[in-house]
Design a protein around this ligand. Structure first.
Ligand code: ADP
Ligand code: MG
Length: 138
């Protein structure tokens, strides 16, 4: 099934000049870039995006990290894009991520873990609509 999913290259990835390398991994895996933009998130935008994690102890730290520099927000499209992107990313904690995944190869810590990826069809739709308008999606 052709799906769309939201990826974010987090500030630690953008700051370390990893944008091209990460985008290449998506393209080499057969995912298409349907939309992409680099953006400095405001505190309010980051809080809203991660609202589902509001009750978690790391919420404040997460919002601070996500606003620490520009991010690259990407809509990926392709066969089973949601699950495929999660496979390419690897586990949340880079120490537990499989070999060859983005987080294993690049992430600094469980917090600064280089990429975000939607985890379900419903969340993918919500997250894409949070950052992109219909006319920006092709
Ligand atoms: P994922 O990004 O793999 O879907 P979660 O949705 O559980 O993981 O968490 C969202 C983000 O919150 C993580 O990617 C990471 O940046 C941060 N995070 C998760 N767990 C922790 C933790 N224990 N300490 C600090 N930051 C965390
Ligand atoms: Mg998540």
């Amino acid at each position: 099934m052709i799906e769309q999913t939201l990826s974010i290259i987090k500030p630690d990835g953008a700051q370390r000049n990893l944008i091209g390398k990460i985008v290449s991994r998506f393209e080499e895996a057969g995912l298409r870039i349907a939309a992409m933009k680099k953006k400095q998130l405001s505190k309010q935008e980051a809080e809203g995006f991660y609202a589902v994690h509001k009750a978690r102890p790391f919420y404040g730290e997460l919002v601070q990290m996500m606003t620490g520099g520009p991010v690259v927000i990407i809509v990926l499209e392709g066969e089973n894009a949601i699950a495929r992107n999660r496979e390419l990313m690897g586990a949340t904690d880079p120490a537990k991520a499989d070999k060859g995944t983005i987080r294993k190869d690049f992430a600094k810590s469980i917090g600064e873990n280089t990429v975000h990826g939607s985890d379900s069809k419903e969340n993918a739709a919500t997250e894409i609509n949070y950052f992109f308008s219909a006319t920006e999606l092709s």
